[in-house]
Each structure stands twice: as C-alpha cells, then as structure tokens.
Unconditional design. Structure first.
Ligand SMILES: Nc1nc2c(ncn2[C@@H]2O[C@H](COP(=O)(O)OP(=O)(O)OP(=O)(O)O)[C@@H](O)[C@H]2O)c(=O)[nH]1
Ligand SMILES: [Mg+2]
Length: 261
C-alpha cells in the first residue's frame, strides 16, 4: 500500500487558537514544535539532533511537530521523508494561515504532550539547552525560558545595530506592557517550554513572532525559570526577519495592552 503526502500530514486545526486540556493519562511528556519556513537545509539535522538528545532523557516519550507554512523549498516534504526514521516526528503543512506564533499554537493544538515547547528549526537555538529546560520543569514551574540575558546567555556575532534593535524592542515592551515584560529577562526569546495546564482553554490571539509574550500575558503563569543560552549564527538557510516583524511586534504589544484586564 502506498501513502500520499496528504495521508501522512497531520490535519491543520481551524477556528480559535485555544489549546485543549490534556486528554489522556498516556500522553507524552513533551510536544515540541519546530515552526519552519524555508528550512530545507536544516530540517534533517535538527530532527536528528533533537531525537538523539531527547531519547537520552525521555526515550520516545515526546513528539516533534514540524509546522511548515507551505515553504517554497518544500521543507514539509523533506520532513515527511524523515518519518520512517523518526517515529516521534509529525508534520503539518499550512496553506491557509501564516506566521510564526500561530504556527506554534496550531502545533500545540494537535500536540498531546503534558509540556508544550518551541525551538527554532535553524539550529540557532542550541539543542542541548532543551535538557536544562526540561529538567527545570520537573520542579513544578509553569514556564522555562532559554534566555540570552541571564548568566551563561548571549548572542554570538550580532552587530551593534541588531543588538540595538533587540534591546530597543525590549524597552518598547517595557513601556507598553510593563507588567508582562518585566517578568522575564528575555521576553523576546522564542525557545521555551510551558506547562499545558497553564495555557489550556485560554483563547490566544498573537500577531507576528513573539509567542512567549502572548503566553506570559494570557497564560496562568506563576513560576518562571530562565536558563542562559547563546543564540548561534545561522549556518544554512536565510533569516525571515524583516521590518514587518518589528511592526507586528508593536501591533501585538498594543493589542495585548487593550485586551488585558
Ligand atoms: N511556520 C512558520 N515558521 C516561520 C515563519 N517565520 C519564521 N519561521 C521559522 O521560525 C524560526 C525563527 O525564524 P528566523 O527567521 O530564523 O528568525 P530569528 O532566528 O529570530 O532571526 P535570525 O537570527 O535572523 O535567523 C525558524 O525556524 C523559521 O523557519 C512563518 O511565517 N511560519
Ligand atoms: Mg533564526
């Protein structure tokens, strides 16, 4: 029997961006989302590295969910080709909806893990930090964030302009949404694990890239831990960050400002 790509892809949820409660006591420990757009050059390596790493601590007790926005380089198809070698892998291809934050939420919606995580697929987030994030979740906290701005953290080769933009974005956040932004040293991180119970049944509505801000603002997040990591340079593929992401960030901050109690 042969399978078509459509049989192998996981269906894309529609409607509200709400994460359901845990359904089964046999759920895996972790559902980790890899949002992708033109990451064909990285996808095989990141899946291999993550599976090797996670198998050492939670052997097959996790799922990796690639959520691809119909990349012109067919990242989703390349990911599907890896399925026979990686039983923990699941692949979603979105054609109707776009954007990093909603990709993460759609992935979490189909994920069945008790813990929900996200990591970039371009190997800029050092995979081994995931083990520290997982370990700190064992202490019962709600959110574990890989942070560039705590001990052990940093950025590798960012020029002054990029550092300025990143810090400027954080300052802007402090002005517009202080009660959320002050809770984290690195509120712009895109590498973290959150407990499902802290965000289940809450309607999320992010704009753009910064899913951590949405989770911290709307979730039932009490205890947070931040673990240092160094944001690596891209080795392959191209960045998707443009001015559009800065504008969307601003829109997102204002949207939260006017919708939070
Ligand atoms: N599904 C989906 N994934 C995206 C989208 N935009 C970016 N991504 C993925 O999100 C991750 C982060 O995007 P990058 O463009 O690398 O952003 P960045 O790491 O903050 O910035 P750089 O340092 O410039 O690479 C990567 O895995 C991208 O492939 C999108 O619109 N949809
Ligand atoms: Mg990147």
């Amino acid at each position: 029997m042969t399978f078509s790509a459509a049989d192998l892809l996981i269906p894309v949820p529609s409607g509200s961006l709400t994460i359901p409660h845990l359904e089964s006591p046999d759920s895996p420990r972790l559902s980790l989302i890899l949002p992708t757009y033109n990451e064909g050059e990285n996808i095989q390596k990141i899946i291999m590295v993550l599976c090797q790493l996670l198998d050492t601590v939670i052997y097959q007790d996790y799922e990796l969910i690639v959520v691809d926005d119909d990349s012109p380089d067919y990242t989703w198809k390349l990911a599907l080709e890896l399925l026979p070698d990686y039983p923990q892998l699941r692949v979603m291809r979105r054609t109707q909806e776009k954007g990093l934050s909603t990709a993460v939420l759609r992935g979490w919606q189909v994920g069945t893990g008790e813990l929900l995580g996200v990591i970039d697929a371009d190997l800029q987030h050092p995979p081994d930090v995931l083990l520290k994030l997982l370990e700190s979740m064992n202490s019962g906290i709600d959110l574990a964030v890989a942070s560039r701005h705590v001990e052990g953290g940093g950025v590798s080769e960012w020029n002054l302009w990029r550092r300025f933009l990143s810090r400027g974005a954080q300052m802007l956040g402090l002005l517009i949404l202080p009660e959320v932004i002050t809770r984290l040293d690195d509120p712009l991180s895109g590498y973290f694990i959150v407990r499902r119970s802290a965000i289940a049944e809450i309607a999320m509505s992010p704009i753009g890239y910064k899913i951590l801000i949405e989770v911290t603002a709307r979730g039932r997040i009490e205890q947070i831990a931040e673990l240092g990591y160094v944001f690596e340079e891209r080795q392959a593929g191209a960045s998707k960050v443009t001015w559009k992401q800065y504008l969307e960030y601003l829109q997102h901050l204002f949207k939260l400002r006017f919708s939070l109690p």
